[in-house]
Design a protein around this ligand. Structure first.
Ligand SMILES: C[S@@+](CC[C@H](N)C(=O)[O-])C[C@H]1O[C@@H](n2cnc3c(N)ncnc32)[C@H](O)[C@@H]1O
Length: 241
């Protein structure tokens, strides 16, 4: 079966990488893997002996996967879309994500943080850098903020194109998300505020928000603010404006 480009199918052929990913999941009770593919990661998850749900969008691959895990009581295959998959109980989430929708999949689980203590994802190297970027760094963006609001994030290691078949044109990296002990006290309104704050990322905070602000803050770009400063502006200025 040919790999489907539109589904970001680059299958892992480096067992060492699969092992390094699953090692981070040893303490999970329930694991959800997004994009099972031909089962490179699923097979290593099988060895952990944890209850595992594998979500795969491509029904042809589900047939391949079913053969690989036959006789396993602990592994459940589901045809589904990682961008919309809803958790009903607490789980640790992992996956070698399809590049084109990796951000949408990550957002889906970030917004279900009450169920997800840990996530380990392989993504394009630049996406990993965006996830982990800090205030004022080149890649610090709205997506970095979304990832770091509820999670401490860490880039674990790089993976070269030769670890996949077919080979992608870009490098990959594995990132870990660990839920923070103290979650920020925000509600849905904060996300509308964030959209407005980053509406024109290159413009100033003042231009984006159009509310009275301290002069020093007003002149900054959105990406020059820390997450704590964003929350403070939202609470003290935006909600009262
Ligand atoms: C990069 S491959 C990884 C496959 C396998 N886990 C591995 O490591 O070899 C990504 C997998 O995600 C699947 N996929 C693509 N879009 C998806 C989506 N929206 N939801 C769930 N799976 C998806 C693809 O069919 C493919 O099997």
């Amino acid at each position: 079966m040919e790999a489907k480009k539109q589904l970001g199918q680059h299958f892992l052929i480096n067992e060492g990488v699969a092992l390094k990913i699953t090692e981070r999941l040893k303490l999970a009770d329930l694991i959800v893997e997004i994009g099972g593919g031909k089962g490179a990661l699923t097979e290593k998850l099988k060895e952990l002996g944890k209850k595992t749900v594998v979500v795969e969008l491509d029904k042809d691959l589900l047939t391949t996967l079913k053969d690989k895990i036959s006789g396993e009581d602990n592994i459940f295959l589901v045809r589904g879309d990682g961008r919309f998959f809803k958790l009903k109980k607490s789980a640790w989430v992992c996956g070698n994500l399809p590049y084109n929708v990796s951000k949408a999949i990550i957002k889906n689980f970030v917004f279900q943080n009450e169920f997800v203590e840990k996530m380990v994802f392989m993504v394009q190297k630049e996406v990993a850098e965006t996830i982990c970027a800090k205030t004022a760094q080149k890649r610090f963006s709205k997506f970095s903020v979304l990832c770091q609001l509820f999670y401490d994030v860490e880039k674990l290691f790089l993976v070269k194109p030769g670890s996949f078949l077919p080979q992608p044109k870009v490098d990959s990296a594995v990132v870990e998300f660990r839920r923070k002990k103290n979650l920020p006290n925000i509600d849905k309104g904060f996300f509308s505020f964030l959209n407005q704050l980053f509406f024109f990322p290159r413009k100033t905070v003042k231009n984006n928000l159009r509310i009275p602000l301290d002069e020093e803050v007003a002149r900054k770009r959105p990406s020059d603010l820390t997450i704590e400063e964003m929350i403070m502006i939202w609470r003290e200025k935006w909600q009262n404006s």
